[in-house]
Design a protein around this ligand. Structure first.
Ligand code: CMP
Length: 154
């Protein structure tokens, strides 16, 4: 099983799509193992977006991510990182495919509602930055045998 960190960004909260996003991931068969609301600060954002620190939009991105709280979640599933990125759609929301979260609900390249871990390595870093072990609940999901083949579960 793989884990992916998802943030419902300040605009996602303002736009009232938090429930819709959680609903889509649940219906897909992904498993929610951590969730909390958090106000992001400079220290965390500097680490989180270290790969964007030289980009011209970095200052705006940080200000936006600090403007209101975010909902932070940890989702688990087979190949969860790639699966969630497909459900989310591309960064520039007005070009995102219909049927994706950004494609259905957003227009902007900054106000794109949601963050999802880029790859498995970054997902691990984001999990340790965002959640303490006591905040993560790897509960036994009893319908996994109806979601995956045994060999997919490993
Ligand atoms: P995401 O891809 O989740 O992570 C980086 C974020 O920076 C991105 O979502 C947008 O919210 C923001 N971003 C990326 N590109 C731009 C841009 N060109 N202008 C403003 N914000 C951007």
């Amino acid at each position: 099983m793989e884990r992916s960190v998802v943030l419902i960004k300040p605009d996602g909260l303002q736009r009232g799509v938090a429930g819709e996003i959680i609903h889509r991931f649940e219906r897909k068969g992904l498993q929610l193992i951590a969730i909390k609301m958090i106000a992001l600060d400079d220290a965390l954002l500097d680490e989180w977006y270290a790969h964007h620190k030289d980009k011209p939009f970095f200052a705006n991105l940080k200000a936006y991510m600090k403007s209101y709280p975010v909902v932070a979640m940890l989702w688990e599933g087979v190949e969860a990182v790639a699966t969630i990125r497909k459900l989310v759609g591309v960064t520039k929301a007005r070009e995102a495919e219909p049927g994706t979260i950004r494609g259905d609900f957003a227009m902007s390249q900054q106000y794109n509602l949601i963050h999802a871990s880029e790859n498995a390595e970054i997902a691990k870093k984001e999990e340790s930055l965002m959640f303490s072990p006591s905040e993560v609940f790897p509960w036994k999901k009893t319908d996994l045998t109806h979601i995956y083949l045994d060999e997919e579960l490993g």
